[in-house]
Design a protein around this ligand. Structure first.
Ligand SMILES: Cc1cc2nc3c(=O)[nH]c(=O)nc-3n(C[C@H](O)[C@H](O)[C@H](O)COP(=O)(O)OP(=O)(O)OC[C@H]3O[C@@H](n4cnc5c(N)ncnc54)[C@H](O)[C@@H]3O)c2cc1C
Length: 423
């Protein structure tokens, strides 16, 4: 439920509720909330819900738009990724695998629409096939199932697919209704007693003064200055013992509000355009991906399905300077059609049209996948910032962020409270 801002000024914070770290035992107890989470996308919702489960704490979720999940979390492929592409010992691999397992379990338990569609990664030549072999070897090492399909199975299952050199199948890949997922997370957060404020933009963050009256970054909590976006209110200040930055495309901007100038970062944005398909043929039932291209910002223009069975192609990769550059670019259509035709040659190009865009939050012109040696690859950045106790920064939460959301939430909880999450 959305509450008038701010509903809860100060809650009684219980002592001794945590096994390892207990924020309210050691800090000023005049703060409004134990946890403030900035950003109500899939990740912020999952994090806020997780933290709200801690007995005797209070959690506020701050979102600048009038509804949850209106940015990247509703502009993606809705794929439940298996965890194939992100290399050994990375957060992306660990959190994707754990997040996928948690997500399937949650969907099953709560009736959130999802499908175990499977996914094919398609090689057209020997070079691409070598990429698939490397991928297969890697997925065996992390215990994620993949298998090469015999030619007969390829033609029987998906007769319209061209796979010149072979297909690697990922049986644990699926799709989820991201809106239903976020609606569930929002409701569950509310049930756990969380507070949510919409139309509220975080504009400034300062460390609270320590008990000796000096401004300190050592962990007395944070003062978060917000401005109402609906025109009704002005500025307000929320104070919290801990602050979790889940601001997605604006996460670097939020981080720079608090960290000193020498630790400021620059945000990079990799836009992905999607393309709709209006013809009735071909109609594959499996997600289709071209073989990964080392160094690419994304996974290549692939075919995914939504819960209604509609085909969409994309996303491609286009580096842009603005996080608001969300108009599909007609100049991208021809190149996308060329890629699609490599694995789906009978596609009707006239039925492919521009659809929508999403933008990947990046910390550099980095690759979304690990490739053979990890060159250019960027992992999720999820850390409690040194010298800023209780401030957990989540940067570069691109794909597989939706899949990983529940595991990211567990991981943030572990960072704050020191209990081992099982990733
Ligand atoms: C093209 C594309 C395809 C993808 N496909 C997949 C996929 O198939 N599977 C998968 O697992 N992942 C996928 N992802 C990744 C996934 O969508 C993201 O990792 C995930 O949605 C990130 O969620 P988030 O909550 O971190 O960010 P967001 O959804 O962007 O939420 C951040 C929120 O913070 C709010 N905010 C920002 N600044 C402020 C402020 N100052 N004050 C208040 N609120 C603020 C924003 O309004 C926003 O609602 C894809 C991403 C893209 C771009």
């Amino acid at each position: 439920m959305v509450t008038p801002f701010p509903r809860t000024a100060a809650r009684i914070l219980s002592r001794g509720a945590f096994k390892t770290r207990a924020f309210s035992m050691t800090r000023a107890r005049s703060v409004d909330f134990t946890h403030a989470v900035i950003g109500a996308g899939a990740v912020g919702l999952a994090v806020a819900r997780q933290l709200a489960a801690r007995t005797g704490t209070s959690t506020i979720l701050i979102e600048r738009h009038g509804a949850v999940g209106t940015e990247t979390s509703s502009r993606n492929s809705e794929v439940i990724h298996a965890g194939l592409y992100y290399g050994p010992d990375t957060l992306k691999t660990k959190l994707c695998i754990r997040g996928r397992q948690m997500l399937y379990a949650l969907c099953e338990a709560q009736g959130i629409p999802f499908l175990r569609t499977k996914k094919w990664i398609i090689a057209q030549d020997a070079v691409q096939f070598a990429e698939l072999e490397a991928l297969h070897e890697f997925t065996r090492s992390i215990d994620v199932p993949t298998q090469f399909l015999p030619r007969s199975e390829i033609t029987t299952q998906e007769p319209d697919v061209r796979a010149g050199a072979g297909v690697l199948e990922s049986p644990t890949t699926g799709i989820v209704d991201s809106h239903a997922l976020m609606a569930y997370l929002e409701g569950s957060f509310d049930e756990r007693g969380g507070d949510q404020v919409l139309h509220t933009v975080v504009e400034k963050i300062e460390p609270l003064s320590s008990s000796n009256g000096k401004k300190s970054a050592a962990g007395s909590g944070y003062a978060i200055t917000t401005r109402s976006r609906d025109g009704a209110g002005g500025q307000d200040t929320i104070t919290a013992e801990t602050l979790i930055n889940c601001a997605g495309l604006a996460a670097v901007e939020v981080s720079n509000m608090l960290l000193p100038a020498e630790r400021h970062r620059q945000a990079y944005f990799a836009k992905g355009s999607y393309f709709s398909y209006s013809a009735s043929h071909p109609r594959p039932k499996t997600l289709l991906y071209p073989a990964p291209v080392p160094g690419l910002g994304g996974l290549g223009t692939h075919l995914t399905l939504d819960m209604a069975g509609r085909i969409r192609f994309g996303p491609d990769v286009e580096w842009v300077t603005s996080p608001n550059d969300l108009t599909p670019n007609p100049a991208r259509l021809a190149a996308a059609i060329e890629v699609i035709k490599t694995y789906l040659p009978t596609i009707d190009p006239a039925a492919i049209d521009l659809d929508y865009c999403g933008i990947r939050p990046k910390l550099g012109r980095t690759s979304g996948t690990y490739g053979k040696d990890g060159r250019g690859f960027a992992d999720f950045y999820i850390k409690e910032e040194e010298g800023f106790t209780g401030f957990v920064n989540l940067l570069g939460i691109e794909s597989p962020g939706l899949t990983s959301a529940l595991a990211i939430a567990e991981y943030v909880d572990e960072i704050l409270y020191g209990e081992k999450a099982s990733v």
